[in-house]
Design a protein around this ligand. Structure first.
Ligand SMILES: Nc1ncnc2c1ncn2[C@@H]1O[C@H](COP(=O)(O)OP(=O)(O)OP(=O)(O)O)[C@@H](O)[C@H]1O
Ligand SMILES: [Mg+2]
Length: 259
């Protein structure tokens, strides 16, 4: 793996991290650092391990039976696998958005208020209303839903549901946001809205985004990681990866020769 000299603060760092489903490796000796308050894209062909890597960072993989790992992952220098680490607190710090939006079968308001209450951020009614409004404003949904906050979230369009999920994730003030093809199922207009949202929040939060859309990776991210067959092939500034990659396989991938 070729890697440039680091010039950033490491928010998340993996050391020789490998992950196995039923003994079969999906990630092999991954050494990567995700920069604080920047956007990093993870790209690579289907099945290369992108989702597995994302789900390792907030320990969602813990929930899958017959999986094992070796190596380590650090958040602010502390292993996420330390005995003292609570997965509940970890997942509050590390929010995640999936390709398929998953609002709760509740009202628009309650979708966001729920996380605020569950995470004991506040129980004050006015403060909750304020936080819900802020989250909806950041996600660009406020003007579309402000007169209908008690309507069911399931009645929103696909793009609106995804922005609601982003609002819900942001309402608990995570330090890191993991996005797994967040616009993969959306039309171009909804995709632009998601990208605008990422632009709005990128200076305040560490974002790791998996995308199959290489233009999107180039537009959105400061750094890009290219993964192939469970191995990190190259990690560098996005401009370098897309204009002058160091590894032939990266070049073949970003120029569309495979994948
Ligand atoms: N729950 C699971 N059980 C067994 N094997 C799995 C499971 N999830 C993923 N895998 C395997 O692990 C490898 C990596 O899968 P992963 O979902 O991380 O890939 P990906 O890069 O996200 O692919 P895609 O772009 O299609 O989403 C694949 O070989 C996949 O078949
Ligand atoms: Mg995936």
């Amino acid at each position: 793996m070729k890697k440039s000299n680091k010039t950033f603060v490491e928010k998340i760092k993996s050391e020789d991290y490998s992950f196995y489903y039923n003994g079969k490796p999906a990630l092999k000796n991954i050494n990567i650092s995700f920069p604080d308050k920047m956007v990093t894209s993870i790209v690579g062909p289907s099945g290369c391990g992108k989702t597995t890597l994302l789900r390792s960072i907030n320990r969602l993989n813990d929930l899958i039976p017959k999986t094992t790992f070796s190596g380590d992952i650090f958040l602010d220098g502390i292993s996420i696998f330390d005995k003292g680490v609570s997965t509940v607190l970890l997942r509050r710090k590390v929010g995640m958005i999936f390709q398929k939006s998953n609002p709760f079968p509740k009202s628009i308001f309650d979708n966001i208020a729920f996380g605020i209450k569950v995470n004991n951020i506040t129980n004050d009614k006015h403060r909750i209303e304020f936080e819900v409004e802020q989250a909806l404003k950041i996600s660009g949904l406020w003007s579309e839903v402000k007169d209908n906050l008690s309507a069911p979230a399931m009645g929103l369009s696909g793009g609106q549901q995804q922005r609601l999920c982003l609002a819900r994730a942001l309402a608990v003030k995570p330090e890191i946001l993991l996005l797994d093809e967040p616009a993969g199922a959306l039309d171009p207009a909804s995709t632009s809205k998601i990208e605008e949202l990422i632009h709005t929040i990128k200076k305040t939060i560490t974002i790791v985004i998996v995308t199959h859309n290489l233009q999107q990776a180039a537009r959105l991210s400061d750094y890009t990681a290219f993964i192939l067959n469970g191995e990190l092939v190259e990690f560098d500034k996005t401009t370098k990866i897309f204009t002058n990659p160091s590894v032939k396989q990266t070049e073949d991938y970003v120029t569309g020769r495979f994948g």
